[in-house]
Design a protein around this ligand. Structure first.
Ligand SMILES: Cc1cc2nc3c(=O)[nH]c(=O)nc-3n(C[C@H](O)[C@H](O)[C@H](O)COP(=O)(O)OP(=O)(O)OC[C@H]3O[C@@H](n4cnc5c(N)ncnc54)[C@H](O)[C@@H]3O)c2cc1C
Length: 386
């Protein structure tokens, strides 16, 4: 029995980052009753490198071609056409096969959210509503907010980002610290010699697959950050903030380029839940998306594209569940299959590469050598900015 006097929905989406928003947008123009719960109020800040890969853009276009044009018109995001890989002071410049963009996450996420408000009449939005608990019930799920409001839904799309306690409760899988990275970033003005169409990734053997990045943004601002694996965190005596400062100080060229640079935001950090080739993210009455399902690329640290794509696939599967009134794993596993088909092959490759280089760090020198061959370089480039 459904507990009395509760608002009832077909699908509850928890979290309105790229994954949750894409799920809600994909469900527009359907008869599905959707509730979207977001603990913050938009526009809200999101700590990120602000790099949107081609998968993000392709998913946006798959949801609605007009969203893509509206996004381009509203923000004129900077197109990124090259990656500059920097290792031991040498630059290897790669051209992108497909374009990426940089755009402040605060703007991008607010843009997606505003389209839900405008276009999704079937979606009830609850901002400033943090979900504390999802309890399985005979006929569905009871969803309780931290303000003690309760809602009833037939199924849930969990899209509340890294270290999701809701995903942990539903799957019974404990959170694994070692499968996460951690990263910090700040906005700087006055970083010299940045190219407006090129992202920079600086590597060192010591912190690989971690890296230091400089992503150019509009108005001569740069998003500058550093991230590395949690596994490495305890190996190094310096804190992540100290490593960031040391990276600039120990590299003569960077030191020169940051001579007149001024941070114009606080240095802030966040978790990077890596994908370890685990796509088990569905079950009876639930689907887990984006960072909550640890879908981040283990080498590039990029997760927006996979988050958006997973939200899109989750909505398609959820729609089938509502149409058939079958919310069991027999139906929801379609979502896992879709993710595997699209992402698993590349994740497997990158995990192998990452593990290999961690075990045999001289491989980085070898890659640098191979990178001199332009043809192979182009192939490697498509691995990075996704
Ligand atoms: C420093 C840093 C730099 C990064 N740089 C890049 C980059 O350049 N490119 C890239 O592709 N990826 C990058 N990433 C990864 C990227 O930010 C994530 O992969 C992406 O945000 C995942 O989207 P999501 O929708 O799954 O989760 P999120 O974006 O985290 O969204 C989750 C949403 O859920 C809400 N929420 C959380 N808990 C609750 C709750 N209990 N109830 C209701 N709402 C809740 C949150 O407020 C949030 O709005 C970076 C990450 C970090 C930490």
């Amino acid at each position: 029995m459904k507990p009395k006097c509760m608002l009832e929905y077909d699908i509850a989406i928890i979290g309105s980052g790229p994954s949750g928003s894409c799920a809600a947008l994909t469900l527009q123009n359907t008869n599905v009753r959707v509730a979207l719960f977001e603990k913050e109020e938009f526009p809200r800040q999101k700590v990120c490198g602000d790099g949107l890969c081609d998968r993000s853009i392709n998913t946006l276009r798959a949801i609605s071609e007009s969203y893509y044009f509206e996004f381009m018109e509203t923000f004129s995001p900077l197109p990124m056409q090259k990656t500059d890989l920097v290792y031991k002071g040498t630059h290897y410049t790669l051209n992108f096969k497909n374009f990426g963009y940089t755009c402040k996450r605060e703007d991008f996420d607010a843009f997606l959210f505003s389209r839900i408000q405008r276009d999704c009449s079937n979606c009830t939005i609850y901002q400033n509503t943090q979900i504390a608990e999802v309890q399985k019930h005979e006929r569905g799920l009871v969803i309780r907010s931290s303000q003690n409001e309760t809602f009833f839904a037939k199924m849930v799309i969990v899209a509340n980002g890294a270290k999701s306690h809701i995903a942990t409760e539903l799957t019974g899988k404990p959170w694994a610290k070692e499968k996460n990275g951690v990263a910090i970033r700040a906005y700087f003005s006055g970083v010299s010699d940045t190219k407006s169409d090129t992202i920079e990734l600086h590597y060192s053997k010591k912190y690989f697959p971690g890296y230091f990045w400089i992503f150019p943004m509009q108005n001569n601002i740069a998003n500058v950050g550093f991230g590395y694996s949690m596994k490495d965190k305890n190996k190094h005596p310096l804190s992540i903030h100290e490593i960031f400062t040391e990276w600039i100080q120990n590299d003569g060229k960077l030191r020169e380029r940051f001579k007149n640079a001024v941070p114009i935001s606080k240095m802030q950090g966040g978790l990077i839940p890596y994908n370890t080739n685990d796509f088990s993210s569905a079950g009876n009455r639930y689907i887990i998306t984006g960072d909550a399902a640890s879908l981040i690329d283990p080498i590039s640290g990029g997760g927006i594209g996979s988050a958006m794509y997973s939200g899109y696939c989750a909505a398609k599967t959820a729609l089938q569940c509502v149409e058939t009134q079958d919310f069991s794993y027999t139906q929801t596993k379609t979502y896992e299959k879709a993710l595997k088909q699209r992402i698993q092959k590349e994740i497997r490759k990158r995990n192998r590469l990452q593990k290999l280089i961690r075990r045999l760090p001289f491989m980085l020198d070898m890659f640098a050598y191979v990178a001199k061959n332009q043809k192979r370089l182009q192939k490697i480039s498509s691995w990075y900015f996704r």
